[in-house]
Every structure is written in structure tokens, then in C-alpha cells.
Design a protein around this ligand. Structure first.
Ligand code: SF4
Ligand code: SF4
Length: 344
């Protein structure tokens, strides 16, 4: 592992150099929340946030995108629309990088999705270790305190300086061209380990009361638990828990014709399994009509169906669903701990 050091007094110049040469997207403070957006000046970039309201997945899977344009005459012609403008995503916490790594695997499986994968290839990711922990986060218990891949550079705030781990050659080039650095010493590396374990220890106060690897087994015989009905009775079917989740990626695809009835386009937009019409099919049949069936599906998806593909839960412990759910029934920690208790 290669570690360099950027003095904080040189950091703004580094960010400015990136802004002058790339489109830079990063975390900004807005009305007491943290949101990803375009960074036009170094002082706009916030690196000491606890958790952003929305994860960075919109950069790889936009809320709405055109997949292809088509013409019906004289013969059917379809032209794919692929966006792959290079950009820098600056300030991504390790749990969100873990989520991106999971999404990379999902979108590369079976028939690879060029729309997602090309955007992903075009991105340079500069991660940052969390300096504080959001009240509902439990990423330490999900093994997402640190990541070993999925970033080009990873910053850790160690007081007067940032220690920078180089993740890829692209990251190394970025540092060489745009930052004033010096090699980190052994003491710097030790300080980084200390800071990381301190913050991880704080986060560990929330988590599962049993090993997370037991969740698929727990779910295999929990299908008829009354807890699903009990909790779902409060569900507003608002879909917030889906929309704020970095590992939710379901979408709906639609074809629209132009007024000339000869041309059109195919678009996709985010969808959410908690929304009433998510499972409605062409005949009008809705095979998850009840709130309880939709509520239960979300937890089976994260803890069993995707577990079989990823060999891990499709949850990185960001806690956004827990903070965003008005009746407070979306938190995986509360749900799985309660389910385990009912099992006994
Ligand atoms: S579980 Fe909560 S956030 Fe999710 S749809 Fe229901 S009310 Fe909305
Ligand atoms: S399920 Fe909730 S805590 Fe887990 S990754 Fe999604 S939003 Fe974060």
C-alpha cells in the first residue's frame, strides 16, 4: 500500500487544480444536510460530513436516462445513447464505495449493462474516511469501515494533513500532476490506523446482536412471521427507503413515441419495491399488492436474494433508510434483531 501526505494548506490548491481540469462532483453542505453536487470552488467541497442524504449512485445510474433512440421507418433502427464523460467524484465514504463495488458486480453480471459500466469507467473516485458518525449508521458492523478497492485515492484527515492512499495508477497520476505531496512516514501510517479504529469503534455502538452471516438462514424460515404485518401497518409506501439506499438499483423501462409516430426513445428511471405499482405487470396484475408483501420483499432482497449473488448483504450500514423513514420501520438493525428475538 502506498501512502502520501498532503498538507492541509496545500489541499485547496489540489482541489482547484482538479476543478480547472475536470468536472468535479463532491459533497456540499445545504440547509443542514449534505448533498452531492458540482464543485466550482475549493471552499464548496465538504469533507467532514457524517453521511449524505442521497448516495452517489445517481452518477452511475441517473434517476432518469435515455437508453436508446429509435426510428420505425423505413426499417427499425435503434441507436444506443451511452454517456461516458470523465469526471471526478470527490469525497466518498468507504461504505458508499463498498456499495459501488457491489453495484459494479450486479451490472456486469449476465448481459453487462454498458450504460452503467461506461459511466463507472469514466469516473475517478476520491474517497475520504468519515470524521464523524451519523446517528443511525452501522457501517462498522457491516465490514464497511474501510475498503481495499473501488477508489483511485483515499484521504484520511489526520489533523494538520491528509494522508492519501493510492488505489490505482490513475489516482497516482492525479496526485503527481495536481498535488504537492510527500511520502507518509511510519508514524503517519500509525496515526491513520489509530484514527480509523477510533471512528470505527464509535460506529460499532449500533449493529446486529448476532453475526450477519446468519441473516439468510434467519430469513429462510421467517416468511410467515407476524412482524411483517405488524411493521408494514405503519408503512406509507413512500419509497424513501429505496430511493436513499446505495445498494437499491431497480428501475422501470419505458418506450415513448414522438408526435410523428416514426421516432421515439427508450428511457429508464428509478423504481422502488416499496411503491404500490412496482410489481404491477402488463395484464394489470399486481403480485405484491399488500404493503406487508412489499415491506417483507425489501428485507428478503437485501438479506437473502442478493446475499446469494454477492456473498454478502446488499446493505452497507449507511443508515439512510432508518433516518429517512417517517414511521421508523425501515432500519435493518431493528428489523433483523427483532426477527431474531421472535425466533427464540
Ligand atoms: S418503510 Fe418507511 S421509508 Fe420505506 S416505504 Fe415504508 S414508510 Fe416509506
Ligand atoms: S438498507 Fe438502509 S442502511 Fe442498508 S445500505 Fe440501504 S439505506 Fe443504507
Amino acid at each position: 500500500m502506498e501512502l502520501q501526505l498532503i498538507e492541509k494548506s496545500d489541499h485547496d490548491q489540489f482541489v482547484q487544480n482538479l476543478i480547472s481540469n475536470y468536472q468535479v462532483e463532491g459533497v456540499k453542505r445545504k440547509d443542514g444536510s449534505f448533498l452531492y453536487g458540482s464543485i466550482k470552488a475549493p471552499e464548496e467541497l465538504c469533507l467532514d460530513f457524517d453521511c449524505t442524504a442521497i448516495p452517489p449512485r445517481k452518477y452511475f445510474l441517473p434517476p432518469k436516462e435515455t437508453l436508446l433512440q429509435f426510428a420505425l421507418t423505413p426499417d427499425l433502427e435503434a441507436t444506443p445513447v451511452i454517456e461516458n464523460d470523465p469526471f471526478i467524484l470527490f469525497g466518498v465514504h468507504p461504505y458508499d464505495i463498498k456499495a459501488i463495488n457491489q453495484m459494479d458486480r450486479v451490472f456486469a453480471r449476465g448481459v453487462p449493462d454498458p450504460h452503467y459500466l461506461k459511466r463507472r469507467e469514466a469516473a475517478l473516485i476520491i474517497g475520504v474516511d468519515p470524521a464523524t458518525v451519523a446517528p443511525r449508521s452501522f457501517w462498522a458492523d457491516m465490514g464497511a469501515s474501510t475498503v481495499s478497492e473501488g477508489f483511485d485515492l483515499m484521504l484520511t484527515d489526520v489533523g494538520e494533513d491528509f494522508i492519501v492512499e493510492i488505489g490505482t495508477n490513475k489516482g497516482r497520476t492525479l496526485l503527481e500532476e495536481y498535488a504537492k505531496t510527500r511520502p507518509a512516514t511510519r508514524d503517519d501510517a500509525r496515526e491513520r490506523v489509530k484514527i480509523r479504529s477510533r471512528i470505527s469503534h464509535i460506529c460499532k455502538k449500533r449493529g446486529f446482536a448476532f453475526p450477519k452471516r446468519e441473516i439468510p438462514k434467519l430469513l429462510e424460515h421467517s416468511w410467515k412471521e407476524p412482524l411483517w404485518e405488524e411493521r408494514a401497518g405503519k408503512c406509507l409506501s413512500c419509497g424513501t427507503c429505496n430511493l436513499v439506499c446505495p445498494t437499491c438499483y431497480c428501475f422501470d423501462v419505458q418506450d415513448d413515441m414522438d408526435l410523428d409516430l416514426a421516432h421515439g426513445e427508450r428511457t429508464r428511471r428509478w423504481d422502488g419495491c416499496l411503491l404500490h405499482d412496482f410489481a404491477t405487470v402488463a395484464t394489470g396484475e399486481n403480485f405484491r399488492e399488500t404493503r406487508a408483501s412489499r415491506y417483507r420483499h425489501r428485507f428478503y432482497r437485501k438479506g437473502l436474494y442478493l446475499f446469494k449473488i454477492l456473498d454478502d448483504m446488499a446493505c452497507v450500514g449507511c443508515g439512510r433508510c432508518a433516518s429517512g423513514c417517517l414511521p421508523d420501520i425501515a432500519d435493518p438493525v431493528n428489523l433483523f434483531n427483532k426477527l431474531r428475538e421472535e425466533e427464540k
